[in-house]
Design a protein around this ligand. Structure first.
Ligand SMILES: NC(=O)c1ccc[n+]([C@@H]2O[C@H](COP(=O)([O-])OP(=O)(O)OC[C@H]3O[C@@H](n4cnc5c(N)ncnc54)[C@H](OP(=O)(O)O)[C@@H]3O)[C@@H](O)[C@H]2O)c1
Length: 227
């Protein structure tokens, strides 16, 4: 039976509720060849200002924004939100090793709580708004289940290729937002947003349908849902 529009709209919501995990949206800004950075790790200003603005709005729609240690160390981002009355998401950082530099900018802003997921039993900090959550196994499933228990209903993943690929391979990611800049970066495949150890048959690769597309000046936004 064909799905009604309302059913497909609520599908992800019901899946999330049934599994007791948050709804997950993965966001990637990249070149036409799918690179989030050059092979040397340079990533500032792949996409344009209109994208930056759109991302601010996207953050406000989620309970949490999640990234990896690689990103905070490479870019020193603050994950700021700009709309005063908007929802201010919790910042979530993943680091199995717990080798984190607490002098980074993200730890200096004291407005929203930061939760760090780690497997390092010895990781400690006395920064007031930072909570360290130690899991024996930081699988995507365990992290999402824990976030849900803490009241997080929706997560925006804004990370480098390592964390992005883990989420795209997990069965818990249904929404993908791609911002494409009309440029090609090249190199040898480092920082390409989706990387996997296994090579899938074409008939088994993750497939998406395009739910929406929008020009943001010369960049393009694609909203996709896993089939
Ligand atoms: N254009 C974009 O949209 C965009 C966005 C973000 C980043 N970037 C670029 O991406 C590059 C960084 O790439 P990256 O792949 O290193 O960054 P990343 O995916 O954000 O971070 C990778 C790190 O996250 C931790 N991690 C991964 N999976 C984990 C899990 N399941 N549980 C706990 N910790 C986990 C690991 O830290 P430990 O080693 O400490 O265990 C790992 O080294 C930078 O050049 C940055 O500029 C681009």
């Amino acid at each position: 039976r064909p799905q009604s529009e309302a059913e497909s709209l609520y599908r992800d919501f019901f899946i999330a509720k049934n599994e007791s995990i948050p709804e997950v949206t993965v966001k990637v800004s990249c070149s036409l060849d799918g690179k989030q950075a050059t092979d040397k790790g340079e990533s500032k200003w792949i996409t344009n200002k209109a994208v930056k603005n759109d991302v601010f709005h996207l953050r406000h729609k989620h309970d949490a924004v999640l990234t990896g240690k690689g990103t905070i160390h490479a870019d020193n981002p603050q994950y700021t939100t700009r709309i005063e009355e908007g929802k201010h998401p919790i910042k979530v950082i993943l680091s199995k090793t717990g080798e984190i530099d607490f002098n980074l900018d993200i730890f200096q802003l004291r407005n929203e709580p930061i939760w760090i997921y780690t497997q390092n039993k010895n990781l400690k900090t006395n920064i007031e708004h930072v909570e360290i959550i130690e899991l024996t196994n930081c699988s995507i499933e365990n992290i999402l289940k824990d976030l849900y228990q803490r009241g997080i209903g929706s997560v925006l993943v804004e990370a480098g290729p390592t964390v992005t690929s883990e989420f795209l391979q997990s069965k818990f990611t249904n929404e993908l937002i791609l911002y494409y800049a009309p440029k090609i970066i090249g190199g040898s495949g480092s920082y390409q947003f989706f990387q996997s150890e296994s090579i899938f048959n074409l008939s088994e690769v993750p497939q998406f349908e395009i739910v929406n597309s929008q020009m943001l000046e010369q960049n393009i936004k694609l909203e996709l849902r896993k089939k």
